[in-house]
Design a protein around this ligand. Structure first.
Ligand SMILES: [Zn+2]
Length: 342
């Protein structure tokens, strides 16, 4: 096989091409992957034919991978997939699935502008890379039926579906999925659409979206510098603190912005259940009491908000039914806040 510039580049980072994967094996892998993706997200109506066509049109090679590089890589420059010689091609592991998703995501728009899932690549800058990595790993873990597990990452206790690979990013995407919904994130990640971004901006603001995206990118930046070996422990500490900062950004944007938009008692109930449910996805360290304090404050404000909504409702109601209605509403508000200890 003739050696190309891309081959040389890959050799330098530790991936040495051996031979092209035969079409029968490739067919089997692609069909298995496409079936898994479509079945996992059944109601998304992903186009099975388009997915298989894209992957079958991609050259795939067996290669020799240096340690710590995982077992597969989609190389953006020449749009080829490389799979480690020791990987079992009959069993799609998480690396192969992750890289196949990158391949499906790669919809070239023009020479200077490209969108890969949630990541935008223009002539001047790349942004959303880490958010996209997190979302791709989320889809991978869901395809492999992995459930949330609690882990310790240094001083932080958090839940992730991906213990080995991007655990912190995977935890943050769980928080985002919980707040904004899985469907829109999975759809935007696979199709490269702006639907998720628009929804986030609609609920919060463009500034909030950019801040969240940038801060997730920062975690990946620090992590990528880790291998250079400079001050390992300090870098890990930096990752942890950047993770906690980013978590605050995600939670504060959502809960502050949605709070100001609460109009009805149903809105309040939904808000309250989101505020209580998020505890299952948050990462904690010993010092991290901030969110509980924030939550208590928000719950106090929520009671006032409910009273104001009720007052407004009663003013708009005919006098004769308002007494009964107010009594009903008081019963409702009491039941809502008596349901749980917090
Ligand atoms: Zn990736």
């Amino acid at each position: 096989m003739k050696e190309t510039n891309e081959d040389k580049y890959l050799e330098d980072i530790g991936i040495v091409k051996i031979q092209e994967i035969d079409s029968q094996t490739k067919n089997k892998m692609v069909i298995k992957f496409a079936k898994m993706l479509v079945a996992t997200f059944e109601h998304q109506n992903f186009n099975y034919g388009k997915i298989t066509k894209c992957l079958l049109g991609t050259r795939m090679y067996i290669a020799d991978f240096k340690k710590n590089l995982g077992s597969a890589s989609y190389f953006y420059k020449n749009r080829c997939i490389y799979i480690d010689k020791d990987a079992d091609l009959n069993e799609l592991d998480e690396y192969i699935i992750h890289e196949f998703i990158h391949c499906v995501q790669d919809i070239r728009i023009d020479r200077d502008y490209n969108r890969i899932g949630l990541c935008t690549i223009s002539e001047f800058k790349i942004h959303g890379l880490a958010l996209n990595e997190a979302a791709v790993q989320y889809i991978t873990s869901r395809m492999l039926n992995k459930s949330l597990e609690e882990i310790n990452y240094r001083v932080v206790i958090l839940k992730t579906r991906s213990k080995e690979y991007y655990p912190l990013l995977s935890n943050l995407i769980e928080q985002i999925v919980y707040l904004y919904g899985e469907d829109i994130i999975v759809e935007s990640t696979i199709n490269g659409s702006y639907n998720f971004q628009e929804q986030y901006i609609g609920i919060c603001s463009e500034k909030d979206f950019n801040k969240m995206e940038l801060n997730i990118d920062k975690i990946l930046d620090i992590r990528n510098k880790l291998s250079q070996g400079v001050d390992y422990d300090k870098q890990i500490e930096k990752i942890v603190s950047q993770y906690l900062i980013t978590q605050d950004i995600i939670l504060n944007s959502y809960f502050n912005r949605t709070f100001s938009k609460l109009k009805s008692l149903q809105d309040v109930e939904l808000y309250k259940s989101k505020l209580e449910g998020i505890k299952d996805f948050i990462g904690y360290d010993d010092e991290y009491k901030k969110f509980n304090i924030y939550k208590e404050e928000k719950l106090k404000l929520l009671r006032n908000k409910m009273l104001n909504i009720m007052k407004a409702d009663s003013i708009n109601m005919p006098k004769i039914i308002s007494k009964n209605k107010i009594f009903e509403l008081f019963k409702y508000i009491r039941s809502l806040f008596m349901k749980k200890e917090y």
